[in-house]
Design a binder for this molecule. Structure first.
Ligand SMILES: [Zn+2]
Length: 340
């Protein structure tokens, strides 16, 4: 099985180097993966769930697959109808990161999309249970790799049940047919804890997974490191001003008036847009004015106000007001001679 290949890799030093911080998350993920358990990473958008799952794919060793097969069949033991009907198969090598398959959870996703379909014409021609009549679904593309199921709680209940059967019994039922699922993959799902537009995952469903909670960068310092490593660079950004920008986003996250909070993409947005604003105004350094000029455009749509506040204030006004408060605070500090 695929997860067994991770045994020696996960014990090494910092296998999840693409994510800064998040030590608890990393440790939970490692122990879950070692036992081949299915995990769901719970966290708000923009905390790094996808990056972390892609990092797992990257760790997988290089493997030999049938050249051109979308299901990454093993030349010695092919699973898809096409490879199985061919007499000779040519092989190629692919890296772990090429075996990352993302499925976006949505109410429109059907069991057939996910698992596959029986072609009625071929079923008559070859027999209903013949391999030739079966068109494999998306799940098979994750064969020998990572199945990353984003926002699994957005899927209809019927699909959740089909997923359960696949993960538990490695079997799937399509209509009245039962399909043996020989695909081998590591399952990593995600869900947004505050997404209310979705179906609740049943207890039976959740009982099959380990949940790993992932939140925003633990400290402002870590967030700064992330911003500096991921954000584009154009003009110099004074450190004190960047600290303030990060502090501002982190204060918004603590606000009890918000039902949707800005993630790290918001902070990176402030970093990048302030620089380009400075550049357009022919400045070599980002100034307070640059940050102030972009703050609404970057952050207002990344927040949502709770109903109690929503009728009194627009998100744009809320951001402006909060930004004014934090700037005054920083000004006072500067007046007192404390460094920004
Ligand atoms: Zn194949």
């Amino acid at each position: 099985m695929l997860y067994q290949q991770l045994k020696t890799i996960l014990i090494g030093k910092e296998p999840f180097g693409d994510i800064l911080g998040q030590e608890e998350v990393k440790s939970s993920l490692k122990s879950a993966l070692l036992m081949g358990r299915h995990v769901i990473i719970v966290g708000m958008p923009g905390v790094g769930k996808t990056t972390l799952a892609k990092n797992v794919a990257k760790l997988l060793p290089e493997i030999e697959v049938v050249k051109g097969c979308p299901y990454h069949c093993d030349p010695k033991d092919p699973i898809c109808p096409q490879c199985r009907s061919r007499k000779s198969l040519s092989a190629e090598k692919i890296r772990g990161e090429q075996r990352f398959v993302r499925i976006q959870g949505s109410p429109d996703l059907t069991v057939e999309d996910l698992i596959g379909d029986i072609d009625p014409v071929k079923a008559i021609q070859y027999g209903a249970l013949s391999l030739e009549a079966f068109t494999p679904g998306k799940i098979f593309k994750a064969n020998r790799g990572i199945l990353f199921f984003d926002e699994i709680n957005r899927c209809p209940e019927k699909l959740q049940n089909a997923m359960l059967q696949v993960l538990e019994e490695r079997k799937a039922t399509i209509g009245s047919y039962s399909v043996d699922l020989t695909a081998d993959f590591i399952f990593i799902g995600t869900m947004n804890p505050e997404d209310t537009s979705t179906e609740k995952l049943s207890d039976v469903f959740l009982d099959r997974f380990d949940l790993i909670h992932m939140s925003y960068p633990e400290t402002a310092d870590l967030e700064k490191q992330i911003v500096l490593s991921k954000g584009k660079k154009m003009t110099a950004f004074p450190d004190a001003l960047l600290t303030m920008a990060i502090h501002f986003v982190r204060l918004l996250r603590e606000s009890d008036k918000l039902s949707k909070k800005p993630g790290v993409r918001g902070t990176i947005g402030l970093y990048e847009r302030s620089q380009s604003h400075a550049y357009l105004n022919q400045r070599k350094n980002v100034t307070f004015e640059d940050l102030k000029a972009v703050v609404v455009s970057v952050l207002a749509h990344r927040i949502a106000l709770k109903p109690s506040v929503k009728f009194l204030q627009k998100p744009e006004e809320f951001i402006e007001e909060q930004f004014k408060q934090i700037s005054e605070m920083y000004e006072e500090q500067a007046d007192r001679g404390e460094s920004l």
